[in-house]
Design a protein around this ligand. Structure first.
Ligand SMILES: Nc1ncnc2c1ncn2[C@@H]1O[C@H](COP(=O)(O)OP(=O)(O)OP(=O)(O)O)[C@@H](O)[C@H]1O
Ligand SMILES: [Mg+2]
Length: 325
């Protein structure tokens, strides 16, 4: 299938649920895109290019091939940078908002006039929260999400970790970066959520994702009993998060290597939809890689992490039920 807006191949069409083979291919695309971004970061650093604030990756995501093409002959590191840009571009094409049916807005006006607020004959607004503006395509009903950059170069959301007062760790959701957003979309997918593709990035840095559409649930529905399989409860003395249902999840990738631990949360009713299979599927969450340093290095936490890695039902202390702690 071809995407109606980009002409690129797509596995997503309206409410149809892609099969296991398509889902594996989609997950592989997410993994390759994240790997391409990491490689681009590493090659850019070799060339002495670092993202502006030293901590966000927006500049990398928008780096155009022709910005370095003249330099590519000047050394192997520049040639590698050109390759890395092309590799990411192949997995994350640049498309304009006009390609998606939005009016063009003069750069000077972009601050006052949000083009996503304008009526769009090709995309019908279905929602929008803190991170994304969500639409349904008139052509095939698929959901499209436009993640707007905030505060210059931040986007989406991610947890940061601090030592807690009553708990060992405190996880606070804040603005994230492009890597975190792409990782979130991979996690949605990996948790059996609605199939999700990263479609494009716009010259303004808006990340566009496409998702199988489902039926929304009444706000406030209790979803705590239907959370996706594979999520591990975190002993309450280890972590407190400022989002619903914080859980540990080991993300297995297609590449060799151990599954990597993540904190996953914000799994409330509005972040689930019902698919045509009648089941609930995650559409959105807040996550972060489980920290390797800081308070997470406490032996109690580290031992627990290793035990649940081998046995997801393991308790916080060997032989003890968590309720007794
Ligand atoms: N795949 C989908 N199927 C049906 N509705 C959807 C889908 N994706 C998004 N929506 C609608 O758009 C809303 C916002 O989407 P999403 O949760 O991905 O963005 P968000 O900005 O993180 O929102 P919030 O801050 O409210 O969590 C959803 O609560 C839902 O009503
Ligand atoms: Mg949401």
């Amino acid at each position: 299938m071809q995407d109606h807006f980009t002409g690129q191949p797509t596995f997503i069409c309206g409410s149809l649920l892609p099969g296991p083979q398509e889902r594996r291919a989609l997950q592989h695309d997410h993994e390759r895109r994240l790997a391409a971004l990491a490689r681009l970061g590493a090659t850019a650093a070799e060339c002495g290019l670092r993202p502006d604030q030293g901590e966000t990756d927006r500049d990398l995501v928008l780096l155009a091939e022709d910005e370095v093409s003249l330099l590519e002959a000047s050394g192997p590191e520049w040639a590698r940078l050109g390759d890395a840009i092309r590799a990411l571009r192949a997995l994350l094409p640049v498309r304009t908002l006009e390609d998606f049916g939005f009016p063009s807005v003069a750069v000077d006006d972009a601050e006052n006039q949000n083009p996503l607020e304008e009526t769009n004959p090709r995309l019908r607004r279905i929602g929008g929260g803190v991170e994304a503006w969500a639409f349904a395509a008139v052509a095939d009903g698929s959901a499209y999400k436009f993640y707007l950059p905030r505060e210059g170069s931040r986007i989406g959301s991610e947890f940061i970790f601090r030592p807690g007062d009553e708990t060992i760790l405190r996880a606070e959701a804040g603005l994230g970066d492009y890597r975190a957003l792409m990782e979130k979309l991979l996690l949605v997918h990996a948790l059996g959520g609605m199939a999700t593709e990263v479609v494009a990035v716009t010259p303004e840095g808006i990340l566009v994702a496409k998702q199988t559409i489902g039926e929304t649930l009444p706000q406030g529905d209790d979803v705590s009993r239907v959370l996706p399989a594979g999520l591990i409860e975190i002993p309450s003395r280890f972590l407190r998060a400022n989002r619903d249902h914080p859980r540990l999840f080991f993300l297995a990738t297609g590449a060799a290597g151990e599954p990597q631990p993540y904190l996953v949360a914000d799994l409330h009713a509005r972040n689930f939809v019902r698919g045509v299979d009648g089941a609930l599927h995650v559409i959105d969450l807040v996550a972060a890689p489980w920290p390797a340093g800081g308070a997470a290095r406490e032996p109690l936490v580290r031992d627990w992490l290793e035990r649940v890695r081998r046995d997801p039902a393991a308790t916080a202390l060997p032989g003890a039920l968590d309720d007794e702690l």
